[in-house]
Design a protein around this ligand. Structure first.
Ligand code: ADP
Length: 484
């Protein structure tokens, strides 16, 4: 059993209108621990009717929440933030149990997730409008910002806490209400957040969490005219579907989709720093993040030296259950994820890549996979086109700056990118030329609450976090006062 200090944080029912409820049918589905396949809980298998009721609850709660002062909403968010930090250890244990990441990473995610609530509690008070110099003497032109209304948030399993807070904190700060559908693999982290929101005094109906069949719930969220905004993090494929489904009701939409991050090491880079950056970016969360380095381009002159240093570093990574002391890499989320990693490696090897380290399932069995390093990777291999979402570092050799930029941009994705160099001219040129929403220059970990997270091209729409994050949850209203 899970060792929680506060066992009431382990919930197995949905949270709607301030109450814990089951599916109408009484049906449930199981939640598993990916490290050993054991069952952790059964959670409600809800459908369209329950989704509709959650949306109605959020709609009913909206006027009262919207009409509170920014300071009042801010105070409620701050209480939620503090309760999350007070319960950081229990929330981290729940996360490692259902998601698999090392406990240290789970603790980090709880703090990171909470930081969005703190930030947007502050931003709630700064949703300023404008006064525009009038175009006619008897007019006055004013711009105000108002909450969009009921928001539906669909979130993934790789960050079971932070993807919820990164969406819901700005929504609640702006005066919106929310219905969240977490990933089916990781609902327990979402329920625990709901329990703490309840204790923080966030009013009934303002924050709701439902679980069940993703496509049924998603269809209702998109079709329901009461929902004014869809905010989603997940695959590009599902993002496209949600966008299509939202077209009929012309919803506002934010999408954080797949990435295919390039990580470029130029010959003037600090190689040791580049190796550390690559390991942090690549192996975090077992390579299962949309900002993980997916293609590592290394300039000819430093290719062999970088490969040797990276190999030594990777060989030292400790693989195991996230609850074991010192573990740096947990299991993959499920057998499909494992199959994709194996397929990408087999395809690369068949086309001439060399396995330097790993390349196989880990002796621990289950969905554990060895940290892997591939060299002599070339365009045309699957892992150059698709997100591998696993602990595989493919090294591609390049000669010139132009070639590196062309190869890096040769993808339909445009989320995160990274490069290591010291020459200031090169730094500016490359930073400007990369067609990505985020660029880490001599930095492998770049996401935080104060900076705008998001992608270009088919990696998505909109930004989360930062002063820009609140824009996704407000409408601009123009007031024209005549007869002055
Ligand atoms: P991944 O491949 O990382 O699991 P998905 O895009 O499939 O990414 O999942 C992200 C979120 O989208 C999860 O909450 C999942 O349940 C949800 N989802 C999957 N399919 C659909 C769908 N057809 N409609 C709405 N949500 C969906």
């Amino acid at each position: 059993m899970l060792k929680l200090k506060d066992t009431s944080l382990l919930k197995n029912r949905c949270y709607v209108n301030g109450e814990w409820i089951d599916a109408d049918s009484g049906k449930t589905f199981p939640v598993h621990n990916p490290a050993d396949g054991s069952e952790l809980a059964h959670v409600p298998d809800m459908g369209a009717a329950e989704t509709r009721r959650a949306i109605e609850a959020a709609h009913a709660a909206w006027p009262t929440w919207r009409d509170k002062t920014a300071k009042e909403r801010s105070a409620a968010l701050k209480r939620w933030y503090q309760l999350i930090l007070d319960n950081q250890e229990d929330l981290a244990v729940l996360m490692t149990a259902e998601q698999g990441k090392p406990l240290a990473e789970s603790r980090g995610e709880i703090a990171y997730g909470a930081s969005f609530i703190e930030w947007f509690a502050e931003e709630a008070k700064r949703i300023y409008g404008d006064v525009i110099p009038q175009h006619q003497p008897d007019k006055r032109l004013i711009v105000i910002k108002q909450p969009v209304g009921v928001c539906a948030a669909i979130t993934p399993w790789n960050f079971p806490n932070a993807m919820i807070t990164r969406k819901c904190a700005p929504a609640l700060a702006a005066g919106c209400t929310v219905v969240v559908k977490p990933a089916e693999q990781t609902p327990l982290s979402a329920f625990a957040l709901a329990e703490l929101a309840h204790r923080a005094g966030i009013p009934r109906g303002v924050f709701n969490v439902i679980t069940g069949d993703a496509s049924t719930i998603g269809r209702e969220m998109c079709a329901n005219p009461v929902v004014r905004k869809i905010t989603f993090t997940g695959s590009t494929e599902v993002g496209r579907l949600l966008m299509r489904q939202s077209a009929d009701t012309v919803k506002k939409i934010s999408l954080e989709l797949g990435g295919n991050a390039p990580f470029i090491v130029f010959d003037d880079a600090d190689l040791d720093a580049a190796v550390e950056g690559a390991v942090a970016s690549k192996y975090r969360n077992t390579g299962q993040t949309c900002v993980c380095a997916n293609r590592i381009f290394v300039q000819d002159k430093v290719y062999d030296a970088f490969a040797a240093k990276l190999r030594d570093r990777i060989m030292g990574l400790k693989v195991g259950s996230g609850f074991e002391e010192g573990v740096q890499q947990g299991p993959l989320i499920d057998s499909q994820a494992l199959a994709k990693v194996e397929e990408h490696i087999a395809d690369a090897v068949a086309k001439g890549a060399k396995v330097v380290v790993g390349g196989r399932r880990h002796p621990r069995g289950g969905t554990f996979f060895e940290p892997t390093l591939l060299t002599e990777v070339k365009p045309g291999m699957k892992l150059m086109r698709e997100e591998t979402f696993g602990p595989v570092a493919p090294l591609i050799r390049f000669r010139t700056e132009e070639e590196a930029i062309r190869l890096a941009n040769d993808t339909e994705y445009g989320l995160a990118s990274y490069f290591y160099a010291r020459d200031i001219g090169r730094i500016w040129r490359v930073a400007e030329a990369l067609e990505f929403g985020m660029v880490g220059v001599n930095a492998g970990i770049i996401s935080n609450e104060v900076a705008p997270f998001g992608g270009v091209k088919q990696s998505g729409l909109g930004r989360e976090g930062s002063k820009y994050g609140i824009d996704e949850f407000v409408e601009i209203k123009y007031l024209c006062l005549g007869g002055i």
